[in-house]
Design a protein around this ligand. Structure first.
Ligand SMILES: [Zn+2]
Length: 198
């Protein structure tokens, strides 16, 4: 089964924090791992409204700071970054739809477990039905290095909110990368091999 249809199986954790503490954390039922060190490093990044990626070899991290909250997801390297970004965008939307976070946090007796009961079933629903939420599109691109057609996932918001078309995206895989141009209708308009540094 493709990864995006079964994303729950590939997730290590989902965390929503503010500057001081974790407001909500989801982990697969069998997992007792802790990710405090990663979350502390992420909190040091003050930049808002931009997705950041970290490749830890055996785990990918995607995170974004929005208003006073920091959303993080950890997943298997098999999950494309765009899928994880789409997941966090949807979680941000739902979390703020359900909770008036600022008001809740202004209560003197706030306890970090407060969000668990209500948000746990919602997260479960999101990760189990991720493929049915219509948040991503699958595009086939040819890579002439691999000599194969690869599935490239893009989140719809990335294409819909683009300022001009076609939109460029770099697909880094197996030690090399291709630059793909995606039009408004999610068709690719060319694929080039690109050099990478960093
Ligand atoms: Zn390739």
């Amino acid at each position: 089964m493709p990864v995006y249809k079964n994303i729950a199986e590939f997730l290590e954790f989902i965390n929503i924090s503010n500057e001081k503490f974790t407001l909500f954390e989801w982990k697969p039922e069998r997992s007792f791992r802790r990710f405090d060190l990663d979350l502390n490093i992420i909190k040091e990044n003050p930049i808002s409204d931009i997705f950041f990626h970290r490749d830890k070899g055996n785990m990918k991290l995607v995170y974004i700071r929005k208003h006073n909250l920091i959303y993080t997801v950890g997943a298997s390297p098999a999950v494309q970054y765009q899928l994880l970004e789409a997941l966090l965008e949807h979680i941000d939307l739902k979390f703020n739809e359900i909770f008036d976070v600022e008001t809740i946090l202004s209560y003197g007796d706030f306890s970090p477990g407060l969000f668990d009961n209500e948000f746990n079933p919602i997260i479960k629903e999101i990760v189990l039905n991720f493929a049915d939420l219509g948040l991503v599109k699958r595009i086939q691109v040819e890579c002439r290095v691999c000599g194969t057609v690869l599935p490239l996932f893009v989140k719809k918001t990335f294409i819909e909110n683009a300022e001009s078309y076609p939109v460029p995206i770099v697909y880094s895989h197996r030690g090399h990368a291709v630059l793909c141009f995606i039009d408004k209708n999610y068709h690719h308009r060319g694929v080039e091999l690109v050099n990478i540094t960093g």
